[in-house]
Design a binder for this molecule. Structure first.
Ligand SMILES: [Zn+2]
Length: 95
């Protein structure tokens, strides 16, 4: 595979129109506004992991995971948790 000379590259962008003079290929870019949002029917799932011993809370909503962490603190004295939340998001086109 070699380098395409500039003249050959320019010629590849020309399309026959059936007329005597050639025309250039033209691309039209269109943009549409989009937004991303959380799925209204799929609640987020929350996780927690104790930084002291690795204990993990059962997945659930934010409130139940908060309670599990506080119970763990009461039983162990560990006070730091890594928290994460996962949710389904989707992109919609705004008209
Ligand atoms: Zn712990």
């Amino acid at each position: 595979m070699g380098v395409i000379p500039a003249e050959a590259h320019m010629a590849a962008a020309m399309l026959p129109t059936g007329k005597d003079e050639p025309s250039l290929t033209r691309s039209v870019m269109r943009y549409a506004k989009h937004r991303i949002c959380g799925h209204p029917d799929v609640p987020p799932l929350h996780d927690a992991k104790c930084r002291g011993c690795g204990w993990t809370a059962p997945q659930g909503n934010a409130g139940t995971v908060d309670l599990e962490c506080m119970k763990h603190t009461g039983l162990s004295g560990h006070t730091q948790f890594e928290r994460a939340a996962t949710w389904v998001a989707f992109v919609v086109r705004e008209e």
